[in-house]
Design a protein around this ligand. Structure first.
Ligand SMILES: *Cc1c(COP(=O)(O)O)cnc(C)c1O
Length: 497
């Protein structure tokens, strides 16, 4: 299968090339030119497989320059039982009223980013090999909190790679920060940026397109790559869990094969929900994809106001920091797909976004998008109420991001009366965001405890996940803080890793 840039489809590359390079030279995102269909035979095979098998099977449809054996081997290692607490990789937990929580946070860093970032190092190192690349791949990551740690965990001490993570200094939870600054490994660097996530993401994109920086790195035997969801190798592994959830729901008798489901996803960079959209294009029976935002509701407005995107608005820090984003990168891919791969249009819209911070998509493209998507948003108070209600009514403990999705889903259902069984993506362990979860439950915070793990355990009677519990004993290694204007200068640090 060939991949093209959203901004110029005349330049065709292999999956390995797209993954190795992360972003196209024109600043566009690599996309497949078709969606391979899931056949009757595929569904029968998938139904019988475990998560590792399902993942390899879905990836094989897109990564046609990888062998089935390679992909099976990567999936076995990425989703090894010891990395996922010895339980299902992506379990579906039924709640009342046809709601099914798809728990994506049983991996080593306790957020859904592990689902892709445990796989990406395997895909990336193989892609370097397949494309004959001999330079060291330097992975630059902008993070709103969870991607940073998941990428560090995936890439630390992986041969042929170095990784540098940028996070907004005041924009991540105490736990997220502790996870990142205590990261072990020789090839890692973690830097705080004075600014928000969009500043960090724009800065990283700037490094990627700075020819002088690229040339200097090249001279030193290094190349740039990305572990953000702009990389197709990040997105592709995320398709499998929607298919897997469907198989599990059929198995559990919640639906019959062929029945439609709704999928609601707490959204920031639009990667996770785009993976669900792709699964739908492949034949997953989906009625509506429901895009859930926090108070940073630029996407809600986009879907509710006829495809008008406008990031010129206040930026809020919320209790769901991984969704505090005003430039949702992967929307670019949706526009490309929904406009029948119109690279000229996509590139014009992205120019407008860069220049004015806003754009309006054509009516016919919006009508196509509107058929697949619904959207809503939720403020911190509503998220807190949702956490409390789920705990009190169903003894189900969820994190702040997941609560946004649950609230938006309930709104959608009340507004439309659509009772199609729903999958709600549960994207992080509640123990990653102890403070707002404890406050939502009306519990007491413990003074001078950064993580508040013990307090949440005590309050709920649930144990903290092991990877979070061990952090208290680790020594912070990184304390560098830089202005966003100085980000280019940090590239020189890569040399010494
Ligand atoms: C990254 C993240 C999101 C948003 O996912 P996108 O793919 O960026 O839309 C939601 N919840 C959590 C916990 C996350 O880490």
């Amino acid at each position: 299968m060939e991949y093209v840039s959203t901004r110029d489809k005349s330049c065709k590359v292999s999956a390995a090339f797209a993954i190795a390079n992360g972003i196209a030279p024109d600043g566009g995102l690599y996309c497949p030119m078709s969606f391979p269909a899931l056949t009757e035979q595929d569904w029968q095979t998938l139904a019988k497989m475990d998560y590792k098998g399902r993942s390899a099977q879905i990836l094989a449809k897109y990564l046609t320059d990888f062998s089935a054996e390679e992909l099976a081997d990567y999936a076995a290692r990425a989703y090894a039982d010891d990395k996922f607490g010895g339980r299902d990789t992506a379990p579906v937990v039924p709640l009342s009223a046809g709601r099914h929580m798809l728990e994506l946070w049983h991996g080593p860093t306790c957020a859904f980013k592990d689902m892709a970032l445990q796989m990406l190092p395997h895909l990336l190192t193989a892609s370097l090999r397949k494309t004959g690349e001999t330079r060291t791949a330097c992975i630059l990551v902008a993070t709103s909190g969870d991607t940073g740690k998941a990428a560090l965990d995936g890439f630390h001490d992986v041969k042929g790679t170095k990784i540098m993570v940028y996070y907004p200094v005041d924009g991540v939870s105490p736990m997220q920060k502790l996870q990142m600054v205590t990261q072990e490994g020789k090839n890692v660097e973690v830097i705080a940026i004075r600014g928000n996530f969009d500043d960090a993401q724009s800065a990283v994109k700037r490094i990627f397109t700075d020819q002088k920086t690229r040339a200097e790195l090249d001279r030193d035997g290094m190349m740039l790559s990305s572990a953000n969801s702009i990389n197709w190798g990040r997105l592709a592994p995320q398709i499998a869990y929607y298919v897997s959830a469907y198989c599990d729901m059929v198995k559990a008798g919640a639906i019959k094969m062929g029945d439609k489901i709704n999928i609601c996803v707490p959204t920031g960079n639009f990667g996770n929900i785009l993976a669900a959209y792709i699964a739908k294009q492949m034949g997953l029976p989906v009625n509506k994809l429901i895009c859930a935002s926090n108070r940073n509701n630029v996407l809600t407005d986009f879907f509710q106001k006829g495809g008008s995107y406008d990031k010129n608005r206040a930026f809020y820090t919320t209790t769901s920091p991984s969704m505090d984003i005003l430039i949702s990168s992967n929307l670019e891919r949706l526009l490309f797909f929904a406009s029948d791969y119109n690279d000229k249009l996509t590139s014009e819209l992205m120019d407008k976004l860069a220049q004015n911070g806003s754009y309006q998509i054509p009516q016919d493209v919006f009508e196509k998008i509107e058929r697949d998507f619904d959207a809503g948003c939720c403020d911190d108070g509503q998220a807190a109420q949702t956490i409390r209600a789920l705990w009190e009514n169903e003894r189900y403990l969820c994190d702040t991001h997941t609560a946004v999705a649950v609230h938006v889903y309930e709104d959608y259902r009340a507004r439309t009366g659509d009772a199609t069984p729903a999958v709600i993506a549960s994207t992080a362990s509640p123990f990653k965001f102890c403070r707002p979860v404890i406050e939502a439950l009306g519990g007491m915070l413990v003074r001078d405890d950064v993580t508040q793990l013990a307090a949440l355990s005590e309050l709920t009677g649930m144990p903290a996940p092991a990877p979070l519990a061990v952090l208290a004993d680790k020594i912070p290694r990184f304390d560098r803080v830089v202005d966003k204007a100085d980000i280019l200068s940090t590239v020189s640090l890569l040399k010494d890793l």
